[in-house]
Design a protein around this ligand. Sequence first.
Ligand code: HEM
Length: 218
Amino acid sequence: MKNAKTWIRTHWRGVLLNTLGLIALLTLLRLPRASQFSGVSEPMIAAGIWAARFLLITLAITPLNTVFGWRSLLRLRRTAGLWTFAFAALHFAYYVMDSKSWAAYPIPNLAAGIGLAALLILAALAVTSTNAAQRRLGKWWARLHKLVYAAGVLGLVHGLLETGHKFVAMNQPEAATEIWLYLGLLTALLAARIPVVRRHLASLRHKRRTSAMPAETA
Ligand code: HEM
């Protein structure tokens, strides 16, 4: 019983993250695939939107640690990144499977090309996310994984451009507002990594901690 309690206390954030991923996955797998637009369907769009959401969750972990000192969250960056790739790969798989002419026109327009670039980056990050790859790549690993910022920008710009697609405009008109909101969040999360902003955020945490201490110990 005590062991179970300790396990829950250490792992509840991971359990929450994986439960969210599983619920999203099971929900979108039940959506109807029928569509009058080649390759574009409800579950395809839902998978793209979930990829964007998990990408933001992944990018939010480091700033949350800077502001609140939640170090234990850092372990979840890999899990959140893998969920991002899983949803992006599913989004692409639906598109290719239901498309009548993907092999003939693999990049039908600029927006699709941007999405493909984001997917390729996410694939490279997922493949090199293991401890063994981290050891093998040495200092190149951190450099390579900085590409997650490029994936964030490309993925969301692609999403925004695709909200102009007829299927999205007809079936999910609210998606445009949602993606604009995510672009705002992405800007804030990237800004939080600029050294001067990061130092300011870390000093806020320090101030909060010292003001919470009893007067004689502070
Ligand atoms: C990180 C997030 C995303 C990634 C990595 C991604 C990636 C991709 C890829 C690889 C394709 C196929 C492109 C091709 O074969 O040339 C695609 C197509 C598409 N995506 Fe995304 N996507 C993401 C998010 C979104 C979102 C949020 C939306 C909708 C709001 C969306 C809507 C579409 C549409 C409509 C297409 C079909 C393209 C067309 O026929 O013009 N995607 N995406």
